[in-house]
Ligand binder design. Structure first.
Ligand code: AP5
Ligand code: MG
Length: 194
């Protein structure tokens, strides 16, 4: 199996690049943001609870997202690998993920971290807010809260994987295709070895 975390702040291009990466490598895409938005659109109890946090730009409680990921891993026993997008987002989530993978005799192969300036992030999210219908994109204060949450709670996740020498910083600005090339170069180098 090849398990990859695509890491980066809100608006860094995780979703955009994930679509291209899963097509190329046949990985199973696990985006907690997409899973939560699907719960919201189906008006499930989990979705309604999560929406309260998401609309404010705050992280949803760890146990909720860890439970979703655990079910998704169990539901895909034959996967050639997983691409985690927007997860793990706290140190507790990272520890839980390591344990869940270990139970399946697996681990994270690499964390690719998209490097984008804050100015560019805000520009992208404001622009998407004009059309996306995402309630967390059309308000400057909510966008700011998401970025603050990232610095406070999510950036320590990179330190967790840096200790295991698994983090690679990849340029996240420029054309979508050039960024994709930067990511595939790192994946190809590691897939050969694994
Ligand atoms: P989530 O859905 O994960 O959103 P996010 O991290 O805020 O990131 P985005 O999806 O907004 O950005 P992205 O990096 O995917 O970039 P994208 O490709 O879309 O989370 C939403 C909420 O759910 C959280 O706030 C939280 O409440 C909750 N949540 C989710 N996971 C959680 C977890 N694990 N724990 C707790 N809570 C959780 O690109 C952004 C825009 O830029 C697009 O319009 C795109 O077209 C454009 N773009 C992309 N690439 C480029 C480029 N190279 N040049 C110019 N524009 C570009
Ligand atoms: Mg996304």
């Amino acid at each position: 199996m090849f398990n990859l975390i695509l890491f980066g702040p809100p608006g860094s291009g995780k979703g955009t690049q994930s679509e291209k990466l899963i097509a190329k490598y046949n990985l199973k895409h696990l985006s907690t943001g997409d899973l939560l938005r699907s719960e919201i659109s189906r008006k499930t109890a989990l979705g309604l609870e999560a929406k309260k946090f998401m609309d404010k730009g705050q992280l949803v409680p760890d146990e909720v997202v860890i439970g979703m990921i655990s079910s998704a891993l169990d539901a895909n026993p034959g996967a050639v690998g997983f691409l985690f997008d927007g997860f793990p987002r706290t140190a507790a989530q990272a520890e839980a993920l390591d344990k869940l993978l270990e139970l399946k005799n697996n681990s994270i192969n690499v964390m690719l971290a998209l490097d984008v300036t804050e100015e560019e992030l805000v520009k992208r999210l404001v622009k998407r807010g004009e059309t996306s219908g995402r309630t967390d994109d059309n308000n400057g204060n909510v966008i700011r809260t998401r970025i603050i949450e990232y610095h406070k709670k999510t950036s320590p996740v990179a330190d967790h994987y840096r200790k295991a020498n698994k983090v690679v910083l990849v340029k996240g600005e420029g054309s979508v295709d050039d960024i994709f090339k930067g990511l595939t170069k790192e994946i190809d180098a590691r897939m050969k070895k694994s």
